[in-house]
Design a protein around this ligand. Structure first.
Ligand code: ADP
Ligand code: MG
Length: 143
């Protein structure tokens, strides 16, 4: 899915995430970049909802680096790499997660040392308090 839209609320951001979720297949990876408060976790709640998972289950992973949410379809894996040094991400085994039964959503993907080929990049930018610009597209080679 390719998109460049501005949302005016959390609900609108989740609606775009639900649209994206409908296009996802097992093994797909979604990279979420944007500053703190940009709406990355909010977007993951929309992905969860679209995958038949209660969005209220989705929280910001703190000590658990990768959360796993089982719905009635694809499993959603949610990683938040904010607190990690770049090198430490190698030990998480994210590549293996991505190819299994589910979809992997990663916040702060700039911490990754390896590119995840074929990933979809969602970039969230704060426009003002309630508006976010959301661009969605394929990861560029090397990013
Ligand atoms: P991140 O995971 O990027 O740090 P969160 O999703 O945890 O961000 O928080 C985003 C915050 O911004 C929430 O408090 C949410 O209510 C607020 N917000 C305001 N407008 C929007 C919008 N259009 N889309 C998403 N979140 C929004
Ligand atoms: Mg977050």
């Amino acid at each position: 899915m390719v998109a460049d839209r501005v949302t005016a609320s959390e609900e609108e951001t989740q609606a775009i995430a639900r649209e994206l979720s409908a296009t996802l297949r097992a093994g797909d990876v979604v990279l979420l970049s944007g500053d703190l408060g940009a709406g990355k976790t909010t977007f993951v709640r929309g992905l969860a909802d679209g995958l038949g998972i209660d969005p209220r289950e989705v929280c910001s992973p703190t000590f658990t680096l990768v959360h796993e949410y089982r719905g009635n379809g694809l499993t959603l894996y949610h990683a938040d790499l904010y607190r990690l040094e770049r090198a430490a991400t190698d030990e998480l085994g994210l590549e293996e997660i991505g190819v299994k039964d589910g979809v992997l959503a990663i916040e702060w993907p700039d911490r990754l040392t390896h590119a995840l080929p074929g990933a979809t990049v969602v970039r969230l930018e704060m426009v003002d308090d309630s508006s976010r610009r959301i661009t969605i597209g394929p990861a560029e080679a090397g990013s």
